[in-house]
Design a protein around this ligand. Structure first.
Ligand code: ATP
Length: 357
């Protein structure tokens, strides 16, 4: 019997729609090869053009519209003329928060054929999964401004840490680390300088991780962690950090593994009480929009994460090995030093599937 998954596709802005449609094409092919799975896709034209037409980034009931889907494939969001606090907060973050996608997960490793800035032997040691708390912490949105325009003007952003919020992300990271061969978890903190939220973070992470005696748990201050990722990549495997810390460390991780166009991320509702969202790590890349030259590999990889989350192990393996194959052989888009278009890369992957099927 065929397993049917309902997918909501939101291409969004910039190169988002280009890489999303390439991904949908590839997914069709993967479904054929797998033989036991099919995807019913609905596409939504939400984003900045939608905002120009309607005054909203998505309809008022957008989050509820997405709720019945099994997963969401997302492209990118942002616009030169519309401020980020509208584009980001009213679409991507509204979805993440509305669907309680509290775990952001970013696998990081050098794909075949890629060369990062590190010495080869160090670069090849990178095999991390960064787990980012995705619902509170420094990006809680709590804060405000007062005395506008006066010398007295003040602005505050409040980092919000809750026991439950820390518990659930710590448990998620421990479970993930336990399933990985190295069974190693690095917990990133800054409790030497931040005496409240970060201390609660430490206490709760310590208590949760103590329930996993099979794990080797390492503690790192965030600044030391940034250095360690560059100098000793093999010290780390699964990495747990707060919203802000993991945001920064993830960008470092993607820089260490080559092009921004290759990375992928998952925004998970681990209990599957609502759909999770999968996206490439790159943004809108307006400098190349409409030219058909965006690297679709990050979007393809995000579909692998989606398939894994949906429990479609075979499809996930088919797609990931296809991605590794085309990364090893090319063709390469410009960001990877080649001249290929999005279409060239997509067609090569489809050809690879045709051959292997
Ligand atoms: P945003 O503000 O939405 O994050 P941005 O253009 O400032 O967008 P990115 O989209 O992350 O930031 O891209 C930074 C640069 O990396 C782009 O100018 C582009 O040249 C390159 N880039 C990003 N994504 C891709 C991609 N998929 N393929 C090729 N190049 C890319």
């Amino acid at each position: 019997m065929t397993r049917i998954h309902r997918i909501a596709a939101i291409g969004g802005d910039g190169v988002g729609p280009e890489v999303t449609s390439a991904t949908l094409e590839v997914l069709e092919k993967v479904a054929q090869l797998d033989g036991g799975v099919s995807f019913e896709v609905d596409s939504f034209d939400w984003g900045s053009d939608y905002y120009r037409r309607t005054g909203r980034m998505m309809p008022e009931d957008g989050v509820d519209t997405l709720r019945p889907y099994d997963a969401i494939l997302f492209g990118a969001v942002g616009d030169r003329d519309i401020p980020d606090h509208i584009t980001l907060w009213d679409l991507r973050l509204a979805i993440c928060q509305g669907l309680d996608q509290y775990a952001n997960v970013r696998p990081t490793r050098l794909l075949p054929g890629m060369r990062g800035p590190l010495r080869v032997e160090l670069g090849e040691q990178i095999d991390w999964v960064i787990v980012r708390e995705n619902s509170e912490g420094e990006y809680s949105g709590v804060g405000g401004r007062a005395h506008s325009g006066l010398p007295l003007e003040l602005a505050m952003d409040i980092a919000v840490f809750t026991r439950e919020g820390i518990q659930r992300i710590a448990r998620f990271a421990c479970e993930l680390a336990s399933r990985r061969p190295r069974k190693t978890l690095t917990i990133v903190t800054k409790s030497n300088a931040q005496r409240h939220g970060m201390v609660l973070w430490d206490e709760v992470c310590k208590s949760v991780s103590s329930e996993y005696p099979e794990l080797e748990v390492k503690w790192m201050l965030v600044d030391a962690m940034a250095a360690s990722m560059v100098t000793s990549p093999s010290d780390h495997d699964t990495i747990l950090a707060t919203n802000l810390h993991a945001d920064i460390l993830s960008d470092l991780a993607s820089a260490l593994t080559g092009s921004l166009g290759n990375g992928a991320t998952a925004n998970l509702n681990p209990e599957k009480q609502a759909p999770s969202m999968f996206e490439p790590i790159h943004g809108t890349a307006f400098d190349i929009v409409g030219k058909g030259v965006a690297n679709p590999v990050g979007a393809f990889w995000s579909a692998v994460l989606m398939l894994e989350h949906l429990g479609e192990k075979k499809s996930a393996e088919i797609l990931m090995s296809g991605i590794e194959e085309i990364c090893a052989t090319g063709p390469y888009t410009r960001d990877m030093g080649g001249q290929a278009t999005t279409r060239d890369v997509t067609e090569e992957l489809v050809r690879h599937f045709d051959k292997s099927g």
